[in-house]
Design a protein. Structure first.
Length: 458
């Protein structure tokens, strides 16, 4: 007698269907499990390395969807071209497309939901994503569910010569496009002179995102009070401040989970970041309150089956918490921090969610107690004549094994040619450093600055 297992309807797989409609069971052996094919938009070597740190990485094939050059540092983004090229690649793939993940801001963060909807892959809806990405729409939704945690705000047309008078806001305040990233075209406005300078810069450069963001919005169901506030509009917001941090989390089947909080430490100018440091030094009670705030917002907008990160300020003097913004993705800046401290990049979170699974990130299984992404910055435009050479980088690795370094400018360029910079500085280098304490990380960073020599001319 032969044991036969019968399925109705028959299962697809590598087994051979026999004449009984069943699959013979062979004792002592199991068919090899098929690797899951996970496409990653704009995948580069840095992030491939982080993906290979996650648990069970051997069970996945991480495949590049689009070249990084298609979706990063472009003067204009062709949304239809990005979507069509993605569709051709996914439809032409000979295997099964199991998941689609990303870590890049616009235009990737808003095109991925469109592709996932078309290919039947788990993801947040485009409308929920836009309620995070569209800075004015997001503030409207936040005002409806967490009004006590947001500043006063108003949308305006930067090409309207009377926009300042129409804001109804007193100095100082911040202005920025309703869609931007990395503090690009964000300005602190203290007086009319600041306003005039900022408006000149915004008018010159806001067209970079305007048409492409408007095109994305055409794929979504957008309410009337938002539909006329497109990619060429800006938002003014009252000042908020305090100790800044970012909570990384996910939503799976309606459950909101925060798994880590990263401190954002600023340079003396108060506008540019000095480093992102994990784990946070904020009181646990404050972090729990932040989590409750972001949970209310995400449930309100229907955000589900996707990762997020939320930026907060905690004013220790008043014990008040302010929500700055919500990003519908993991933060690329934090990937190596989680790997160094917890033992795996939070790419693992995105991977699990892309397969419809509830994520479970390891906790404190990494090599270091603390980790930070540190910035080496310049504060005036200059001609780059020299950047750190391989000998400097090798010396740094000998002294600080495990430190990752990314040099941003190249010799022969001006710093003002760098793309996606904040309005007050230029990033020269990025360093991901681990250590037993924040003080030791600072010491290692200072040594790295000594080793990584840049030279400039006028």
């Amino acid at each position: 007698m032969r044991l036969v297992c019968t399925f109705t309807p028959p299962l697809a797989g590598p087994e051979t269907l026999d004449e009984t409609g069943g699959y013979p069971l062979t004792y002592g052996s199991r068919p090899a499990l098929r690797k899951k094919n996970i496409f990653v938009v704009g995948l580069n070597d840095f992030n491939l390395g982080r993906l290979q740190s996650i648990r069970n990485a051997e069970n996945y094939d991480f495949l590049q969807l689009l070249d990084a050059g298609d979706v990063l540092e472009q003067e204009q983004y062709d949304i239809d071209g990005i979507l069509e090229k993605s569709r051709r690649q996914l439809n032409g793939f000979p295997g099964h497309v199991d998941g689609l993940i990303h870590y890049i801001d616009f235009p990737v963060s808003t095109t991925v939901p469109i592709l996932c909807r078309e290919f039947g892959l788990p993801a947040a809806s485009l409308e929920a994503v836009l309620k995070c990405e569209h800075k004015y729409w997001s503030r409207l939704e936040q005002r409806a569910c967490i009004p006590e945690h947001i500043p006063p705000f108003a949308a305006f047309d930067p090409f309207d010569d009377d926009a300042l008078a129409g804001l109804g806001m007193d100095f100082p305040f911040w202005i920025k496009p309703i869609k931007s990233f990395s503090s690009y075209l964000g300005f602190h406005i203290r007086n009319e002179r600041d306003w005039a300078h900022a408006i000149g810069e915004i008018r010159a450069h806001i067209g970079r995102f305007e048409g492409s963001f408007d095109r994305v919005m055409e794929f979504a169901d957008v309410p009337g009070d938002v539909a006329n506030i497109g990619g060429g509009a800006c938002i003014a917001e009252g000042l908020i401040g305090g100790r800044m941090c970012t909570q990384e989390g996910f939503v799976h089947k309606g459950e909101v989970k925060v798994y880590g909080t990263v401190d954002s430490l600023r340079e003396p100018n108060g506008s540019s970041f000095a480093r992102y440091q994990y784990p946070s030094g904020l009181p646990a009670s404050v972090r729990k309150r932040m989590t409750r705030i972001i949970e209310r917002f995400l449930k309100h907008v229907g955000y589900d089956n996707a990762p997020f990160n939320a930026e907060f300020f905690w004013d220790a003097n008043t014990d008040h918490i302010w929500l700055l913004e919500v990003n519908p993705r993991i933060s690329e800046s934090h990937t190596d921090l989680f790997e160094k401290v917890d033992g795996a990049s939070h790419h693992e979170i995105a991977t699990d969610l892309s397969l419809g699974q509830r994520p479970r990130l390891p906790y404190r299984d990494g090599q270091y107690a603390y980790a930070a992404k540190c910035f080496i910055r310049g504060y005036r435009d200059a001609y780059v004549t020299r950047v750190p050479d391989p000998a400097h980088l090798e010396q740094l690795q000998r002294e600080m094994p495990g430190t990752l370094v990314k040099i941003i400018p190249s010799p022969g360029m001006r710093l003002s040619e760098l793309m996606d910079q904040d309005s007050y500085s230029y990033t020269l280098a990025l360093l991901w450093i681990g250590g037993p304490s924040p003080a030791q990380i600072q010491k290692r960073f200072e040594r790295a600055v000594e080793l990584l020599e840049f030279e400039f001319g006028d």
